[in-house]
Every structure is written in C-alpha cells, then in structure tokens.
Write a new protein. Structure first.
Length: 189
C-alpha cells in the first residue's frame, strides 16, 4: 500500500526530544510512540537500500531494538531523526556486508582457467602475463563509451527510484509492545 512521502516528513524535532526524555525516564508508551512515529521512514529507507520488501521489514523490526539499546547515547546535539538515520544506514550497510561475506564463502577462484582462456584468445602474453598491446588499445578505446553508458544507466535507475512510491511500513506495534513490556527492560539513562 502506498503512502505520502515519509522521507519528506519534517515533523518538529521538539516532539521527538520530548518523547526521548520521557522514554529515558521510563515511559514505555513514549518509547512506543517514538518508534511508531518513525516506522514508515525507517522502512522506506531500508527498502530503497535493500531493494527487497522482506529484507526491509526485517530491518524495520531490528532497528527499534538498536534504538532502544542506544537511546541513552542520544545527546540531543543533532535532531533525533539525524541520529536515527545513522543507526538505520549503518544497520542496513551491515546487513548488506553480511550478505556479501556469506556469498564470498561460496566463491571459488577460477583465475587459472580465465588466464588460460585469455592466452588462447591472444589477449594475454604468456611470457609476461600482461595484456597484449592490441588488447590494451581496444580496452582504452571502449572504456569511455562503456563509462558513459554506465553513467546513463545509473541516471535512469536513479529516476526510477525517485519516482517509486513510498510504502506503508509493517505494523510493529505488537512486537514493540512485547519488547517494552519486558520486566528486565531498563529505559533510563
């Protein structure tokens, strides 16, 4: 379901500051309100960075836990949303990095086979394992054209994402309520 742009929501920071102060003093409802207030914003940032709704939902469920555990470190020198943005982006980047590391465990290097193929095609000199002069000239000629094509493609992809609708975040209310109602939860700083 699409919604208006949550990224353009310029809610007054004093309301966030008030909720943070109340949450730090033990007001569990204030914590729930604070997370609920930024839920769609978190989800849409995660969706734009991860490109998969289920991954964005997972991140949107995990990030409030990080906010909860780090709320005491919020000093108010920036807006709450600026502080939250760093948590969201770092969490998503760590998710993506974890995927790459997991994928790289299955990677098998085929350099020897590739080099043999380049030698057979006449692109690499087997005596010093460098690309032959003719191949280097071909690459130098093609590189600017390919670079321009990639820049055009990047621009078109950016247009698609700028025109992409914004989505309603999953309802985290029940999960968040269970979390803040835990007797071992300490909200004060």
């Amino acid at each position: 379901m699409t919604i208006s742009n949550p990224l353009a929501d310029n809610s007054p920071d004093h309301e966030d500051q008030s909720l943070v102060l109340r949450a730090r003093s033990g007001d569990r409802q204030a914590l729930e309100d604070l997370i609920h207030r930024h839920q769609a914003w978190i989800y849409n940032i995660a969706l734009r960075m991860l490109h998969h709704p289920q991954d964005a939902e997972d991140a949107t469920e995990e990030i409030p836990i990080k906010v909860l555990t780090r709320l005491a470190s919020f000093e108010g020198r920036s807006s709450f949303r600026t502080w939250l943005y760093r948590i969201v982006v770092n969490h998503v980047l760590n998710m993506k990095r974890g995927r790459v590391e997991h994928a790289s465990l299955d990677f098998t290097c085929r350099c020897a086979k590739k080099t043999r193929g380049f030698i057979q095609a006449g692109h690499v000199d087997p005596q010093n394992l460098l690309f032959v002069r003719e191949r280097v000239c071909e690459v130098r000629e093609a590189a600017p054209k390919v670079h321009e094509a990639i820049n055009i493609l990047d621009g078109k992809c950016a247009e698609i994402f700028r025109e992409h609708p914004f989505y309603k975040a999953p309802d985290l209310g029940p999960m968040l309520r269970r979390l803040v109602e835990r007797p071992d939860l300490k909200l004060s700083s």
